[in-house]
Design a protein around this ligand. Structure first.
Ligand code: PMP
Length: 437
């Protein structure tokens, strides 16, 4: 039962039926298929500001924001204008353009953690290239990742922990050779002991440790700063490179991302999402010395037909120019914190088993009473049943969040006070239903 009539999904259902004939599972990225929530996936027709509309004309306040890129909301006039202006002169040349310099300058001028970067076309590509760079630079093969971090669909990172504290990864996707997974070590998050053991067991073999400094793909598993500092130290001592995967946290927590937030300098940083203003852009950056190993300067090969594409660069320039303005993040983060805290307060007063974990403008609804969740295995999988109900109630009240209880939500700069008030009321009502149900 629902506490409100279900929204119409007639047109979406029709489109989904067609899509199933064209694409595996009817989608071009798995989570879009609504497998862990109720009903047909919504086909989106339009977005403006913090709102989106689906094919049936239902309108929503959007907290998915294209999974993070749209920190200025949908269809921001400055981004649209810059992209349109660039498109008047053609879409792609496969040759250098001044726009690449412009976006790089904007990034590097405001970011003390990297000196040079390379643009690619997705987060996955950024991570894949960063791993190759780390291996080429250190002349070592093994990489270490954490259970509960997602880094895109890179073969050697589609691995999960086996049994034991420090394990070789087991592939988490068909099609990944076991020999690839054997080069990946997997340890739990926020666990110094496991990290220490891994470096002892694989002495002088680990090229790089990769982590989402703010793990946000399997719930929001906020790490203790002390743990991240320890991670930095143990990498330095063992001459392994530390890669911060900032595809979500980059330009989200602040212009300098999680590196700036924790004031920890990784050796390589990967970016995606926000850096492209909603167009396909990723990047990886490091010191000038490490980046000199990339082709054509060095011997680590990496290339891309559409890398640095002028239209995509333009979206990035327009978006990042807004983010670089003084006070941008203070205002956004304060607004998001007040939103998350108000929901937490409501849930606490009502005695609901809900924690709203949040940092910057990222939030996560966890149906739990645990004070903190820092590791993947601390999430209670059975709590996802509650999320399923919650998600449907939210959609029926005009609130769109990612269709999985393991996904985080995002507040954008164009969610006004009024929008957030409306959203809060809808969230309160939905929680009332979920907990009485
Ligand atoms: N790294 C992280 C931390 C991510 O969140 C994602 C995407 N959610 C990726 C890498 C992969 O990025 P993309 O989907 O653009 O390939």
């Amino acid at each position: 039962p629902t506490s409100k009539p279900d929204i119409s999904r007639e047109k979406s259902a029709e489109l989904y039926e067609k899509a199933k004939a064209y694409f595996p599972g009817g989608v071009n990225s798995p989570v879009r298929a609504f497998k862990s929530v109720y009903g047909t996936p919504l086909f989106i027709q339009k977005g403006d500001g913090c709102r989106i509309w689906d094919a049936d004309g239902n309108g929503f306040i959007d907290f998915c924001c294209s999974w993070g890129p749209l920190i200025l909301g949908h269809n921001h006039p400055h981004v649209r204008e810059k992209v349109t202006e660039t498109m008047q002169n053609g879409m792609s040349f496969g040759a250098p353009t001044a726009l690449e310099n412009e976006l790089a300058e904007l990034i590097l001028k405001h970011n003390k953690y990297i000196q040079k970067l390379r643009f690619v076309s997705s987060g996955t590509e950024a991570v894949m290239s960063a791993i190759r760079l780390a291996r080429g630079y250190t002349k070592r093969d093994k990489i270490l990742k954490f259970e509960g971090c997602y880094h895109g669909h890179v073969d050697s990172l589609l691995v999960k922990a086996g049994s034991g504290l420090v394990t070789f990864g087991e592939t988490s996707s068909a099609g990944v050779p076991k020999s690839f997974a054997d080069e990946t070590i997997v340890v739990p998050l926020n666990d110094r002991e496991a990290l220490k053991l891994a470096f002892e067991e694989f002495k002088d073999q680990i090229a790089a440790v990769i982590i989402e400094p703010v793990p946000a793909n399997n719930g929001l598993l906020l790490q203790e700063k002390e743990f991240l500092k320890y991670l930095r130290e143990i990498c330095t001592v063992n001459k392994a490179l530390l890669i911060f995967d900032e595809v979500i946290s980059g330009f989200r927590l602040g212009f300098e991302g999680a590196s700036g937030f924790y004031q920890i300098k990784p050796d390589i940083i990967t970016y995606g999402k926000i850096i492209g203003g909603g167009l396909p852009v990723g990047a990886y950056g490091s010191s000038a010395e490490i980046m000199s190993n990339i082709s054509p300067e060095g011997s680590v090969y990496q290339a891309g037909t559409l890398s640095g594409n002028p239209v995509a660069m333009s979206a990035g320039i327009a978006q990042l120019s807004e983010l670089a303005k003084p006070g941008f993040y203070e205002e956004l983060n304060a607004k998001a914190a007040a939103f998350a805290n108000a929901i937490q307060q409501y849930a606490t007063e009502k005695g609901f088993k809900l924690k709203v974990f949040h940092v910057g403008s990222i939030f996560w609804f966890a149906f739990t009473d645990q004070e903190s969740i820092r590791r993947a295995d601390e999430i209670d999988a059975s709590s996802m049943e509650k999320f399923k109900l919650f998600h449907r109630e939210l959609l029926n009240r005009g609130i769109y969040i990612g269709p999985s209880g393991y996904e985080v939500g995002f507040v954008s700069s164009v969610h006004t006070k009024d929008d957030l008030e409306k959203a809060k009321l809808a969230i309160f009502e939905s929680l009332d239903f979920v907990f009485k149900n």
